[in-house]
Design a binder for this molecule. Structure first.
Ligand SMILES: Cc1cc2nc3c(=O)[nH]c(=O)nc-3n(C[C@H](O)[C@H](O)[C@H](O)COP(=O)(O)OP(=O)(O)OC[C@H]3O[C@@H](n4cnc5c(N)ncnc54)[C@H](O)[C@@H]3O)c2cc1C
Length: 567
């Protein structure tokens, strides 16, 4: 096949009008829209199944701006209201951080204008939402004025978490990303989108490293290298960068290797491959504050302990296709009174019941008047610094907070109803330890990320001091509300409870049409991006990804062939 590159010729193995990278919340909508507009479309997906983080997700989708369901329930929303909500400088959290202040206005305007059409498009492609009024459950940074959150019905597909369908009783009422991504997969295949699984994009071809249009991509398929020509567009939907340690540390130096429990892993990674490939052909990054701002779910408190993948809304069960890689499902914590959390040195660092950052959603501010200075003025400063304390480190000149361990006893196991054995906990890889004496427990904690041995006397002292707080009814160190339970009855346990990295809210610079922009502010012809790999939009998740996929697919399909842009 012919080659438009300057330099060594590329032998193109495959070609399509539009090449989409990633079969997730951005990629599948983009692919379907472009295919239905008459383009040939190839989707390359690195993993063995479609879905990305979207299929592991809770399926809560905040598309608003006047959807048919909002109208049905008498909720008055409009693109203008949505736009002003998502750019409202006056919305701040209890830690003083603003959710929306640094959003790119052009990107938000495009989202506001396309939000309701994208929702109707999902309905038309057989995504079924739980039959109830939009609410405020499960999203974050979605705007304060009106409820916008809709919930994808889990249906009867096997879930990726268990390998089995949900119980019949909840199939129509439970929300899950399964209910978003499986219908879209069906729609994509029906429309004639070609999906190449286990095809990992490794590079983007551009006419010149910093000039001319993009021409296609390089792909690794089980060790073999393929080149795929794109006649009209390459659309990046690779899902973000928080799984890439060096990349994420550009935003936050504290996020070192021990934060190894990325939410959504091991189903799919967020390895920054889309960002890096685009940057290698001149693309710019955008909206850095949205990654470092302390709101939402960029870093989260774990929900389960004793396993590597411990995001609070995701447990991998035996039966899941990826359970072998997840290795354990973890012990879900119902009550943080049942344990203490200590750092590598065996010292407590914060009230264990403390929460993570929060984010703005419908009714978070009451009363709320868009753009009023009173919103910020009336906010009560009441930060939760649990995560900051956990990530602070141990004053030895190293970055990163190191492993955080939940320490508890057999009474706690009984109260929580835990089973401290595999497959619930991961003993083999060093994410769970037990011993009959606290000193022995500290000595046993040997694993990849525990770079300093926990001093046994330190753990003994910490537990003794905590037990004295239980007697006194007051936590003199961290103000934990009425510490309830002593840690006294062996065996004793240490379970991995390190914070979890999650959202990417900064990424490639795009414009309102999802075209990728270079460091000179110029459009890179033929290159598009959406979802977590795109920057400029502070919001968790599915809505911005699906909406930007919808926009990118439409704009790319209407664009002239890239050959015309070769210079
Ligand atoms: C447990 C969990 C719960 C969540 N719950 C919600 C929720 O309820 N509501 C909400 O709004 N959001 C939720 N989210 C967030 C939401 O799932 C993501 O924001 C969304 O899926 C991002 O869409 P995306 O297209 O950017 O990435 P993804 O959906 O992750 O898709 C990216 C795809 O690209 C593939 N890929 C990556 N690199 C390459 C490469 N080099 N070559 C080929 N393919 C590649 C990946 O394998 C993946 O399939 C949740 C996330 C998780 C993990």
């Amino acid at each position: 096949m012919a080659d438009g590159l300057e330099g060594p010729a590329v032998a193109w193995d495959r070609a399509a009008d539009i090449v989409v990278i990633g079969a997730g919340a951005t990629g599948l909508p983009a692919a379907i829209v472009a295919r239905e507009a008459g383009c040939s479309v190839i989707v390359v997906e690195a993993e063995a199944d479609i879905g990305g983080h979207a299929i592991t997700s809770g399926g809560n989708v905040p598309l608003g701006g006047g959807t048919s369901v909002q109208q049905q329930y008498g909720i008055e929303d409009s693109p203008d209201l949505l736009f002003r909500d998502l750019t409202d400088w006056s919305v701040v959290g209890p830690n003083g951080f603003p959710d929306y202040r640094y959003n790119d206005r052009e990107i938000i305007r495009a989202f506001a204008d396309n939000s309701a059409p994208a929702f109707e498009w999902l309905l038309a492609h057989r995504v079924v939402f739980v039959d109830k009024a939009p609410d405020a459950v499960g999203g974050n940074s979605v705007g304060n004025s009106v409820p916008r959150e809709m919930h994808c019905m889990v249906g009867d597909w096997p879930t990726v978490q268990t390998g089995k369908p949900a119980e019949p009783a909840v199939q129509k009422t439970r929300s899950s990303g399964n209910g978003l991504m499986r219908p879209l997969e069906v729609a994509a295949r029906k429309a004639g989108v070609e999906i190449l699984l286990e095809h990992r994009m490794t590079a983007i071809h551009r006419q010149r490293p910093n000039g001319g249009p993009v021409l296609g991509i390089a792909v690794d398929h089980k060790g073999a290298r393929l080149s795929i020509r794109a006649h009209k567009a390459v659309i990046i939907g690779t899902g973000g960068s928080t799984g890439n340690v060096n990349f994420r540390r550009m935003f936050d130096p504290r996020l070192t290797e021990e934060y190894c429990g990325l939410a959504g892993m091991p189903w799919s990674d967020q390895d920054a491959s889309g960002e890096l490939a685009a940057m290698a052909v001149g693309a710019s990054l955008w909206g850095f504050f949205n990654q470092t701002g302390e709101f939402g779910a960029n870093v989260t408190k774990p929900g389960s302990i004793g396993c590597q993948y411990n995001y609070r809304n995701l447990q991998w069960m035996p039966g899941s296709r990826v359970f072998e890689r997840a290795r354990a499902c973890g012990l879900k914590v119902a009550n943080w009174q049942n344990l203490i959390l200590v750092n590598m040195l065996g010292r407590r660092f914060y009230d264990e019941t403390g929460g993570q950052y929060i984010a703005n959603n419908h009714n978070s501010i009451e009363p709320y008047v868009q753009g009023s200075y009173l919103n910020a003025k009336n906010a009560k400063f009441n930060p939760s610094n649990f995560l900051n304390a956990a990530l602070a480190g141990i004053d030895d000149g190293h970055n990163g907070g190191g492993p955080i361990w939940a320490i508890f006893d057999s009474d706690a196991v009984e109260r929580e109803g835990w089973q401290p054995t595999p497959p619930h906990v991961d003993i083999a890889a060093g994410f769970f330890f037990s011993a009959n004496r606290l000193a022995d427990l500290a000595e046993k904690i040997v694993m990849k990320y525990q770079r300093i041995a926990m001093p046994p006397p330190a753990l003994q002292e910490t537990v003794a001091r905590y037990n004295s707080f239980v007697d006194a009814g007051v936590d003199a160190d961290f103000g934990k509300p009425a510490p309830l339970y002593k840690i006294a009855r062996p065996p004793f346990y240490a379970a991995w409870a390190t914070p979890v990295v999650h959202d990417t809210r900064a990424g490639l610079r795009i414009n309102g049409k999802c075209q990728v922009i270079d460091l000179n502010g110029e459009i890179i012809a033929g290159l598009y991006c959406g979802g977590e790999s795109a920057g400029g939009f502070s919001q968790h998740g599915l809505a911005r990804a699906a909406c930007q996929g919808y926009i990118a697919g439409r704009v790319a399909a209407a664009a002239p062939p890239l050959d015309a842009a070769l210079d």
